[in-house]
Design a protein around this ligand. Structure first.
Ligand code: AKG
Ligand code: FE2
Length: 218
């Protein structure tokens, strides 16, 4: 009993500081649709307008490559989708979105990796994984601390973002997003952010993923 009490009073610090049902970024009102407290997972609405979603897909369409993961950058069966990264501010629309995402995640844009676009066709998936790098990898010196996955289209069937340790999944909905963070001192909490993309059953699935690093990257 005492132990449980100790744990609740030692609630971990979070970076995401929005508590209202709706909050304002420089250019857009964002809606909080659902939240889980520890680890913090927040479902957000009204993150991108339809035109921004369409434009991100249009701009990346011709540059999609079979996804590579990890330090070795090898093609791996863990992720069967196609992907690409934008360079920072490569297009006007990116700087707008970059600022908004930085507001939402409450981390300066200098900590942001290039926005990643992922495309899944039927049968393609992203098996359960962590977004942070393992302590033994070079990249962990400036590790990722939080993720925002933005849904760019309506998926006919399948393609949920699932969190197996939390018994929780988010169905893709155009313009919405899911946020989570994993820099907690309690490593069990970080490990509970295990997540993946379920196989798409019908239609295509497009997402834009923003990862934030602990220190600046530019
Ligand atoms: O496609 C999804 O729902 C998950 C994507 C993901 O986990 C990632 O980009 O790190
Ligand atoms: Fe991920």
């Amino acid at each position: 009993m005492t132990k449980v009490n100790e744990q609740t009073s030692d609630k971990e610090q979070t970076v995401f500081h929005h508590v209202e049902n709706r909050f304002q970024t420089e250019d857009r009102e964002i809606h909080i649709v659902a939240r889980l407290e520890e680890p913090l997972v927040v479902v957000l609405g009204n993150v991108l307008c339809d035109e921004e979603c369409d434009e991100l897909i249009r701009l990346s369409k011709d540059n999609m490559h079979r996804s590579k993961i990890g330090d070795s950058r090898e093609v791996n069966e863990i992720r069967t989708s196609s992907s690409m990264f934008f360079e920072e501010n490569e297009h006007d629309i990116l700087s707008t979105i970059e600022k908004r995402v930085s507001n939402i995640m409450n981390i300066p844009a200098e900590h942001a990796e290039g926005l990643q676009i992922l495309k899944y066709t039927p049968g393609q998936e992203y098996k359960a994984h962590f977004d942070y790098f393992s302590a033994t990898s070079k990249a962990s010196k400036n590790n990722r601390i939080s993720t925002l996955i933005m849904y760019l289209n309506e998926v006919e069937q399948g393609g949920e973002t699932f969190f197996p340790e939390l018994n929780f999944s988010v169905s893709p909905k155009k313009g919405m997003a899911v946020y989570f963070e994993y820099f907690y001192t309690n490593h069990d909490l970080n490990e509970r952010t295990l997540h993946g993309g379920s196989p798409v059953i019908a239609g295509e699935k497009w997402v834009a993923t923003q990862w934030m690093r602990r220190q600046r990257v530019r």
